[in-house]
Design a protein around this ligand. Sequence first.
Ligand code: IMP
Length: 191
Amino acid sequence: MIELIEKLTFISGNKHKFSEIQSYFKEAKLSIKLENQDFKMIEPQVDSIESVADYKLNSIKEKIDGSYFIEDAGFFIDELRGFPGVYSAYVNRTIGNQGILRLMRNVKNRASRFVSIIALHIQDNPETFIFKGTVNGKVANEIKGNLGFGFDPIFIPNENPDYTFAEISTKKKNLISHRSRAVHNLIEFIK
Ligand code: IMP
């Protein structure tokens, strides 16, 4: 039996993600109070972002009061067998978008996707609830646009095939983004 959630904490140091998630909650007119708390968590070396999110969520169970959730995302390129995937943050910091384009030079199959996983812990409930959102697209041939963050300048979503994520407004990106879809699934569950 799941108790009514009155307050929910988003565990993340990423203010950009928090304000994005806050706006989805506002749109959904939920009566839940959404808070943000930063908490340094260890990134485990595992093969899927579901496992990363599950591990991180459980690693802080004893340290956080109430109900809370985390969000973890990754960029997956088919021709590179899912790389950078769980290593997305590290790869973005190191070789960056130029490095990915170098790896993809002369590669015909440019199919790729962003995946977002939300892991939710409800107070006094031993279960971990997982919500997923995906956006499919292609790796661009060149860096384009200066909006957004991370791999946005080299990702062209199939639903908006003339522009990279970094060339469209946040509002437009939010309509189709992996994160908005994962949050939407979380909101439907809460409702
Ligand atoms: P995180 O661990 O959830 O912050 O995501 C891992 C990495 O994936 C980030 O450091 C970004 O490089 C990339 N990433 C996640 N979401 C997005 C997005 O919406 N646009 C571009 N890159 C993203």
